[in-house]
Design a protein around this ligand. Structure first.
Ligand code: HEC
Ligand code: HEC
Length: 187
């Protein structure tokens, strides 16, 4: 019991943003959900994304390297300090819970798509992400489908390295759906 209540306290504290970004985080939560876990179609969860990934994306969105209409207004107000604080805050939140699906996922078929494209070498074998590379585990499947489709169509440039374009260009719609279902279901 004692241990459990200590853990509950630690979790609640981790979810409390520092004063400098408290108001901002409330605005973000309107779309990205409480504690960075999205309940809105098309909006990604941010909880447990790598600090550097969050910071890069916010800079891209603010400075125009990535177009996110819904964030245009808020992004242009973000200072570099805000972006650093937001990166640290979301990275420290507990990861989103895995999202189960009724759709059958054939692990062997998914592995046949993922292994030759080395998705896990950048995103890590547990798909928790690292550095500038996104966490994919537990992400909303509808958002994963959108992100992969955007890369495939060269609509999202990101860092402009082209890797995500290269790995997605040969994926069919049903491959993308299968990968998204698989990744969303990972803890
Ligand atoms: C009005 C809704 C809205 C608000 C408010 C909003 N966002 Fe977003 N955000 C989005 C949507 C939608 C996307 C996904 C865009 C896409 O499909 O590429 C996104 C994408 C992102 C991404 C990229 C994540 C990824 O996995 O690619 C980050 C980081 C982010 N938002 C952080 C924030 C932060 C921090 C705030 C508050 C300062 C915020 N957002 C406020 C809607 C919103
Ligand atoms: C060489 C490294 C590398 C490989 C291989 C790679 N990725 Fe990525 N991936 C990245 C980086 C870096 C980003 C962030 C790109 C950006 O800045 O827009 C990313 C972004 C993504 C995103 C968007 C996540 C988000 O929250 O916005 C998805 C989805 C994704 N990758 C899936 C995959 C899948 C599936 C594979 C294999 C088919 C794969 N990646 C292979 C490096 C890689």
């Amino acid at each position: 019991m004692a241990l459990l209540s200590t853990m509950a306290v630690a979790r609640a504290q981790a979810a409390e943003p520092p004063a400098e970004i408290k108001d901002l985080v409330e605005t973000c939560a309107a779309c990205h959900g409480k504690d960075g876990v999205s309940v809105t179609e098309g909006v990604p969860s941010l909880a447990a994304q790598p600090d550097v990934f969050i910071q890069y994306q916010l800079v891209f969105i603010r400075d125009g390297g990535r177009t996110v209409e819904a964030m245009q207004e808020i992004a242009k107000k973000l200072t570099d300090d805000n972006i650093r604080d937001l990166g640290a805050y979301y990275a420290a939140l507990p990861a989103p819970p895995p999202i189960a699906s009724d759709a059958h996922v054939d692990d062997a078929a998914v592995a046949a798509l993922i292994q030759p494209r080395h998705c896990d070498s950048c995103h890590k074998s547990d798909f928790s992400g690292q550095g500038e590379t996104a966490r994919l585990a537990g992400q909303r499947p509808d958002y994963l489908v959108k992100a992969l489709s955007d890369f495939r169509a060269a609509k999202r440039r990101g860092r402009g390295m082209g890797t995500m374009m290269e790995v997605s260009v040969t994926l069919r719609d049903e491959d993308i759906r299968m990968i998204a279902t698989y990744l969303a279901g990972k803890p």
